[in-house]
Design a binder for this molecule. Structure first.
Ligand SMILES: Cc1cc2nc3c(=O)[nH]c(=O)nc-3n(C[C@H](O)[C@H](O)[C@H](O)COP(=O)(O)O)c2cc1C
Length: 198
């Protein structure tokens, strides 16, 4: 994938705004690195029925929905999704399951990928959700980039080596530590994707 500029797709699903916020920090970090960026959402199917859901629907209303073309275009894909019942949110999984044709054409091979999640409880399944997600990435032949403990900022953000994870419901803003961890994770993934593109 040798080329002048790296293509980075940021794909998020978010009902009450946490993963939407993390996706926007990813976008900022990617733009700081001078790469081509597409911010894309996996759409909500229901109708907003609480203030947090309504606010997120409003905030993401102009974001284009993710398609197979975005994944095909990308060298690096950054995924953001909530943990639900200890697993990746079903709407993100449905989006992944919708990539069978692209997968069959071999077009998901060698994509560099990295992921973050959020859950309401400290031990609510964040690590499980991320590792389940990376299982699907293995089937793609993708190359996962884990944050590990590669920077001090990760410790303040909870120290999840599989991907930045947040413990939050929908009634409080995400901390500066999470912003720093997301940005570090994305910049690290960009650095690795660039090395692979040489
Ligand atoms: C159907 C459903 C299942 C959930 N399952 C879990 C869970 O297993 N563990 C947990 O800690 N939080 C769980 N939550 C809470 C969300 O993961 C949490 O509020 C998350 O931060 C929402 O992200 P969002 O604002 O991007 O939509 C669940 C929420 C919903 C609606």
């Amino acid at each position: 994938m040798s080329k002048d500029k790296l293509n980075v797709a940021i794909v998020y699903y978010s009902m009450t705004g946490n993963n939407s916020q993390m996706a926007r920090w990813s976008e900022e970090a990617a733009k700081e690195e001078g790469v081509e960026v597409r911010l894309r959402k996996v759409a909500e199917e229901g109708t907003p029925n609480n203030p947090a859901w309504e606010a997120e629907a409003e905030r993401s209303k102009d974001v284009i929905e993710a398609t197979s073309d975005d994944l095909d275009w990308a060298d690096l894909i950054v995924f953001h999704f909530p943990t639900r019942f200890g697993a990746p949110a079903g709407k993100m999984k449905a989006f992944i399951d919708g990539q069978g044709a692209l997968w069959a054409e071999g077009k998901l091979t060698d994509k560099v990928v990295t992921a973050t999640t959020s859950a309401e409880n400290m031990h609510g399944g964040q690590e499980m959700a991320l590792m389940m997600f990376y299982t699907s990435m293995a089937h793609w032949g993708a190359i996962p980039v884990f944050p590990g403990y590669t920077d001090e900022v990760l410790f303040a953000a909870g120290g999840n080596p599989y991907g930045t994870s947040v413990t939050v419901s929908h009634d409080e803003p995400l901390s500066d530590a999470i912003e720093a961890a997301v940005k570090h994770q994305v910049k690290r993934a960009i650095g690795i994707a660039k090395k692979l593109s040489d």
